[in-house]
Write a protein that binds this ligand. Sequence first.
Ligand code: ZN
Length: 250
Amino acid sequence: MRLATLVDYLDEYLRIPAIADSADAMNGLQIANGGEVHRVATAVDVCGATIHGAATRPGTLLIVHHGLFWGGPAPLIGPARDRMAALFAGDVALYSAHLPLDLHPDVGNNALLARALGLPVAGPFGEAHGHAIGVWGELAIARDVLATRLADLLGRPATLLPFGPAQTARVGIVSGAAGSMIAQAQRAGLDTFITGEGSHHTFFDAEELGVNVFYGGHYATETFGVRALGAHLSAQFGLPTEFLDHPTGL
Ligand SMILES: [Zn+2]
């Protein structure tokens, strides 16, 4: 199918123009290919490995959560030049969806994480760029049981900062690097906050605000959206789709 048709669909389905984000996110089509798409590949990150996975066949649209331009303009030398050359040589188009894929109600990382954890979503939570990107809900469960459920889901144990109650009541989720949102979680009346990663000093936020914080890994908390979006496009357009798993362990 035509790349332009697929891009129009994605822009509308993910509400790309309506959702403010970091300028570096550059949501939407980042690199065009020759104009025809025969296959969709999805990945959390664009990097040499995922570009090479996408470039195994010409006419692939690679959809990622973290696109090419984080960090702003930079000279196309070294690995940056190699990535660009591989995209062009492989006839790969690149589409990025950052916050639009965190907050989407059907294929968003946070809604899907909540569903998989058995957390009924009561509302949005976690403000970034003027949008509530996360979700929260009521979940009366032993903190240890939640830790086990999370480890099973993410394929790795989460780091727990155990400063809230041993029995959870109100749980929030923001995928990725949302350690800076612990105070927001506390202000929202949450006793437990699940995210991917946070800086060292966020330990003291959790400790002094009395919140349980689970750090489940940036990568591990952000595979849900791109995988679900691939499945959605496959059902919608009959395109073969593949999730290119390239875990960072971070
Ligand atoms: Zn992220």
